[in-house]
Design a protein around this ligand. Structure first.
Ligand code: LFR
Length: 493
């Protein structure tokens, strides 16, 4: 049989991809080299509004996954390679509900939906935020699964699967809950590494999730229908990876030593440290740090900073106004400007979609500041770059705000955990944003190492490679196999 390859299904809030990963086989005597990736399928993703609330089209996503697997099968048929396994990662916290027959009960809600506004106080009356934190160690985010489940009408007889687990179920027919993602529900006991009966009981929700599995363990092999539809062999395993995308991204941070901080920078920026033990102190709760579970039982001690969502949504606004601009032009125009006012990129007011540029401007003004130019105003810079001055000022504000948010989060993480980073790794889409990387170095006073862009897919593939025996060791060994041309940014005085 030909060389074995792995397939990553990596789906974010705005796009998904299916990727073939190849790693030289260590047991063949060759040095285990670096991972190589081939993207075989890309597709757009996004929330859609159904009856006034925000949903994911889970079945549409699954159709794209199937198309991607079919494309991957066609590639290996040509090369004579063999698919060893498939791993799936997506965003966290969201779930699909299944009825008694295992059918999806409607499209899953998307975490940016506002329905939890009505349930947060009810949950906190049933179990105090202090107690919730002492058990689960999750930062308060209005969309944590616990608040979403509390908004469901009637859960009797239903089961829930987190999004990657739902896709794995459709591939294999096996229901499991992958542990790193389970940890984001706030229904999970961070010390016991198990569902928390206490939290389920307190909020009056039945324990409706499937049995836990850890990254590296298999859900099962493909259902015959799936094998037939994709052209993959029926013995291909679907293996659990860090199915929470951030868990996979952090597993592929190409850190050479232990004292590093990371920013997984995409739609969200996940900013923090890797720890061995959770920090469940009251001070940590007050600072709103999370203790998400990582690959190999590590703790991702981090905060959600608003991220490139603020930029993506501003760009969507401008496109709707007939003022669409290229990202590179916007960033170049922003880089020409001096640092200006900042907003709190973590603020709950920026979670929902829509009118983002206006909301940012309003937040600046509420703080008694102004952004340099108003929409519609022209000046020399705008004329030269095609970027309007208000757009440049808004993008500059977003970049300054993100860098300031990263620096504040990292300072607090160091303080609360006692672990002081020497370097900041930026991975994901934001690692290509030179302005953001430089501003982060300046704001943190630490060197920034940027790359790789596709950390999430690499983390997904490397965990599969280890499960298949192509690589061995812990996270340090996996990280050495990450393919990345790192760009270094030094803090400017
Ligand atoms: C990033 C991410 C974050 C999580 C947010 C919502 O894609 O997974 O880690 O807090 O999405 O699920």
């Amino acid at each position: 049989a030909g060389a074995g390859v792995m397939i990553a299904v990596d789906i974010g809030a705005s796009s998904g991809r299916v990727i073939i990963g190849r790693l030289p086989d260590a047991t063949s005597g060759a040095e285990p080299g670096q991972l190589a990736m081939e993207v075989v399928h890309r597709f757009p993703n996004g929330v859609s509004e159904v009856d006034g609330s925000l949903h994911w089209d889970a079945e549409g996503i699954f159709a794209e996954v199937t198309a991607g697997l079919k494309a991957a099968a066609a590639v290996v048929r040509e090369t004579g390679e063999r698919v060893l396994s498939i791993g799936i990662d997506t965003w966290a916290v969201d779930y699909g509900l299944l009825d008694a027959d295992g059918r999806l009960v409607g499209p899953p809600h998307a975490y940016r939906d506002s329905r939890t506004d009505a349930t947060i106080d009810r949950v906190h009356a049933a179990i105090s935020p202090e107690r919730l934190y002492a058990v689960g160690g999750m930062q308060f985010l209005p969309f944590n699964t616990v608040y979403q489940l509390a908004a469901e009408q009637d859960l009797a007889g239903q089961r829930a699967l987190l999004i990657p687990d739902l896709l794995a179920y459709w591939l294999t027919g096996v229901e499991r809950t992958e542990e790193t993602n389970a940890s984001t529900t706030a229904l999970f006991d961070a010390r016991e590494v198990a569902w928390s009966a206490e939290v389920f009981d307190a909020v009056g929700v039945p324990q409706l999730f499937a049995e836990l599995i850890a990254p590296g363990q298999a859900y099962g092999t493909l259902r015959t229908e799936v094998a037939a539809a994709t052209g993959l062999a029926a013995d291909v395993q679907v293996v659990a990876v860090g199915s929470h995308d951030t868990a996979s991204a952090v597993a592929a941070v190409p850190a050479a030593d232990a004292h590093f901080a990371y920013v997984s920078s995409g739609t969200w920026s996940l900013v923090g440290l890797e720890l061995e033990e959770p920090v469940l102190s009251e001070a940590s709760r007050a600072a709103n740090f999370t203790n998400e579970r990582g690959v190999d039982g590590t703790i991702r001690y981090l905060q959600n900073v608003g991220g490139l969502w603020l930029l993506q949504e501003s760009m969507r606004d401008w496109a709707e106004q007939g003022r669409e601009r290229e990202l590179t032009d916007l960033l170049a125009a922003a880089a020409e400007l001096d640092a200006g006012p900042v907003v709190d990129a973590n603020a709950a007011e920026f979670i929902a979609p829509g009118q983002m540029a206006g909301r940012i401007r309003a937040a600046v003004e509420r703080a008694g500041d102004t952004l340099p130019a108003a929409p519609g105003e022209a000046d020399a810079l705008g004329a030269a770059s095609g970027v309007d001055p208000d757009q440049a000022a808004t993008v500059r504000c977003i970049m300054d705000s993100l860098a300031a948010g990263y620096a504040a989060s990292l300072a607090a993480a160091a303080e609360l955990s006692g672990q002081r980073p020497q370097v900041v790794h930026i991975v994901g889409g934001g690692s290509q944003n030179t302005l953001l990387c430089q501003l982060t170095a300046d704001a943190t006073g630490l060197p920034v190492l940027a790359g790789p862009v596709e950390a999430t897919a690499q983390g997904n593939l490397l965990v599969q490679a280890r499960a298949a025996g192509l690589i061995s060791g812990g996270l340090a060994e996996l990280r050495r196999a990450v393919a990345a041309d790192l760009v270094r940014y030094q803090p400017r005085a």
